[in-house]
Design a protein around this ligand. Structure first.
Ligand SMILES: Nc1ncnc2c1ncn2[C@@H]1O[C@H](COP(=O)(O)OP(=O)(O)OP(=O)(O)O)[C@@H](O)[C@H]1O
Ligand SMILES: [Mg+2]
Length: 365
C-alpha cells in the first residue's frame, strides 16, 4: 500500500531522512518513533507530497507518487498534524468538512458525515459541531483533528503525534478509541509518536528511526524481545517485560468484585465483603462511588459514613485499558486491585496485582 524506496531528504547540509526504505501493507498500523529531529515528520510529509524527496521513490498503491497530482494523492490520504492545525475561525463542523467540501459533496451528505465522525471520536454532535477550536480542550481538539483526517474516508491515514498534547488519562482513552476505530475501519496508518508505550499498544509494526535512518522495523513483540542494536536496546529500556503489558488488554482479566450499593445496610455490606478486606461502593445505577473497608463497617451506621470516596476518573480503569495502565494505577495508588468501569463509570469488576504478575511472568518466558 505504501512503499518507500531509498528515500532521502536533504536541507542543504542537513540530511533529514537518509536512504529510508519502508513498506506498510494495507490495513496495517506502522508507528514511527525515534528521537526528536530524526526525520519522522519529514517522512510523513514526503508521503503526501507536502515536501518532495531529494532522491528515492515513494509508491502508494503501486503508483509512483511523483507521477500523481498532489491534490489527487491527498484525497486518498488523511493527515492529522503534530499541532492539530484546526482552522481557528471555523467551527468544528466546518473544520471536519474541509475535504468533503473540496470534493463538492452535497450538504446533507456532509452534515451526515460530520455527525457520524463526531460520534465516532466520542464527542456529542449537538454539543460540539458549532464550537470553535478555542473552545475545545487539547484532547478534544486532537479528536477533531483525527475526525477531520477521516472525513472523506481515505484508505490511508498519516498521523503526526495525534495524541501528543493531552494528559495521560485522556491519551489512554484516545488510544483505546483509536484501537476500536481501527478494528472497524482497517485503515493503512502511519502514526508518529514519542511515546514508546503508545507505539507498543497501537502498532502492528514499529519503525525505529535515528538520524534519518531506519534502525529496526519489527512487531512490538520482536522489538522488545530482540532489539537489533544497542541503540534500540537502550531506546526500549530495561523494563521491557513491563512494556509488553501495553499489548495486553485488561478485558480478559476482569473478574467480579465484592460490591455494595450506597444505601445497603451494614449487614448486607458485611455479607458482600465476606472474607475480603474491602468492597467497592456503587450508587443505585451501579456507578462507582468509592470503597469501604471491612474494619470500618463495625464503627459506622451507614455505608456513606464509612465509605472512602473515589474520583473514579483518577483510579478506575476503562474496560479497554491495558495491563500496563492497570499496573501504573496500582503502583500510583497503593491498591492491589483496581476497579474497572464502563463508559458510564458503572463498575464492571476489578483487576488484581496477581493478574499483572502472572501476565508479566508469562511475557518474560
Ligand atoms: N524546512 C526545513 N529546513 C531545514 N531543516 C529542516 C526543515 N525541516 C526539518 N528540518 C530538519 O530535518 C530534521 C528532521 O526534522 P523532522 O521534523 O522530520 O523531525 P521529527 O523526527 O519529526 O522531530 P520531532 O520529534 O521533534 O517532531 C531536523 O534536523 C530538522 O531540523
Ligand atoms: Mg515531528
Amino acid at each position: 500500500m505504501i512503499k518507500l524506496e531509498q528515500v532521502t531528504k536533504k536541507y542543504g547540509a542537513t540530511v533529514a531522512v537518509n536512504g529510508l526504505s519502508l513498506e506498510v501493507n494495507e490495513g496495517e498500523v506502522c508507528v514511527l518513533i525515534g528521537p526528536s529531529g530524526c526525520g519522522k515528520t519529514t517522512t510523513l510529509r514526503m508521503i503526501n507530497r507536502l515536501i518532495e524527496p531529494t532522491s528515492g521513490r515513494i509508491l502508494v498503491n503501486g503508483k509512483d507518487t511523483s507521477q500523481v497530482k498532489p491534490e489527487q494523492l491527498r484525497r486518498s490520504i488523511g493527515y492529522a498534524i503534530q499541532s492539530v492545525g484546526l482552522f481557528p475561525h471555523l467551527t468544528v463542523a466546518t473544520n471536519i468538512a474541509t475535504v468533503p467540501e473540496l470534493l463538492h459533496w452535497d450538504k446533507t451528505r456532509i452534515a451526515r458525515r460530520v455527525e457520524e465522525l463526531l460520534t465516532l471520536v466520542g464527542l456529542s454532535p449537538a454539543e460540539y459541531a458549532g464550537k470553535y477550536p478555542s473552545q475545545l480542550s487539547g484532547g478534544e481538539a486532537q479528536r477533531i483533528g483525527v475526525a477531520r483526517a477521516l472525513a472523506a474516508d481515505p484508505p490511508i491515514l498519516l498521523m503526526d503525534e495525534p495524541f501528543g498534547a493531552v494528559d495521560p488519562l485522556t491519551r489512554e482513552r484516545l488510544q483505546a478509541q483509536f484501537v476500536a476505530i481501527q478494528q472497524e475501519l482497517k485503515k493503512t496508518v502511519i502514526l508518529v509518536t514519542h511515546d514508546l508505550d503508545e507505539a507498543i499498544r497501537l502498532a502492528d509494526l514499529i519503525a525505529i528511526m535515528a538520524a534519518g535512518k531506519l534502525v529496526q522495523y519489527d512487531t512490538p513483540e520482536t522489538t522488545l524481545s530482540r532489539p537489533a542494536s544497542k541503540f534500540v536496546h537502550d531506546f526500549v529500556g530495561s523494563d521491557r517485560a513491563l512494556k509488553r503489558l501495553s499489548r495486553i488488554s485488561v478485558e480478559s482479566f476482569i473478574k467480579s468484585a465484592p460490591t455494595v450499593t450506597i444505601n445497603a445496610s451494614i449487614k448486607q455490606a458485611e455479607a458482600a465483603i465476606g472474607s475480603r478486606r474491602s468492597a467497592w461502593v456503587v450508587d443505585d445505577k451501579g456507578q462507582l462511588l468509592g470503597w469501604i473497608d471491612r474494619t470500618d463497617l463495625s464503627q459506622v451506621s451507614s455505608i456513606s459514613e464509612g465509605m472512602v470516596t473515589l474520583e473514579s476518573k483518577d483510579i478506575a480503569l476503562w474496560q479497554n485499558a491495558t495491563l500496563r495502565e492497570a499496573l501504573s494505577r496500582m503502583l500510583g495508588q497503593g491498591f492491589k486491585s483496581i476497579p474497572v468501569v464502563d463508559e458510564d463509570t458503572k463498575l464492571i469488576g476489578e483487576v488484581t496485582l496477581g493478574d499483572v504478575e502472572a501476565a508479566t511472568a508469562e511475557a518474560e518466558e
